[in-house]
Design a protein. Structure first.
Ligand code: PRP
Length: 181
């Protein structure tokens, strides 16, 4: 796939500024307390890696993995846990970290799951939010950018596992998506 199929949406500079801003807010909200960030594989890995390095607290991180899209553009409607966190979240300040909030099915499932683990606090950080696509009414505490319903890749987000390594967030032309579906 050539570069001509991609259009710039959010530059690496704007992403970096927003990540710093969210990290600052997390630092204020949990002032003086430890936090654990839980990233949702794979898309959130890059956002989490940048975010955690800007949080001026005792911050650790772990990952969960779920299946829902199974490589398809359409959500299957069902979310299954594929990988759990390694340690107890009881009495911990937890921030669930996602690259994108789309239908809300993934975060609704994960929020409910993590709440059963008895955290002291649970907040949700998403870099991108597509409110037009919501099926479940989940609201994130920290939102980087609200975006229209376009197919976005880069900075962790993929199309068939391609493009996760792009430093900027770009849109992928729909004719390309259709040709490859
Ligand atoms: C994407 C994204 C979120 C989820 C959001 O993951 O990373 O986890 O979909 O969608 P939702 O709000 O409609 O539930 P995907 O299943 O594509 O896996 P990936 O992170 O490995 O790319």
């Amino acid at each position: 796939m050539g570069e001509f199929t991609l259009r710039p949406l959010i530059s690496r500079d704007r992403i970096a500024a927003k990540v710093t801003e969210i990290a600052l807010r997390i630092g204020e909200d949990f002032a003086g307390e430890p936090v654990i960030l839980i990233g949702v594989l794979k898309g959130a890995a890059i956002f989490l890696a940048d975010l955690v390095r800007h949080i001026a607290l005792d911050a650790s991180f772990d990952f969960v993995a779920v299946s829902g899209y199974g490589g398809q553009r359409q959500h299957s409607g069902e979310v299954k846990l594929v990988k759990d966190v390694d340690d107890s979240l009881a009495d911990k300040n937890v921030v669930l970290v996602e690259d994108i909030l789309d239908t809300g099915l993934t975060l609704t499932y994960l929020k409910n799951l993590l709440l059963t683990r008895g955290p002291k606090a649970l907040k949700i950080a998403v870099l991108l939010d597509k409110p037009d696509r919501r099926i479940q009414p989940v609201v994130a505490d920290y939102v980087g950018f609200e975006i229209p319903d376009e197919f976005v890749v880069g900075y962790g987000l993929d199309f068939d596992n391609y493009y996760r390594n792009l430093p900027d967030i770009v849109t992928l032309r729909s004719d390309v998506i259709e040709a490859r579906s």
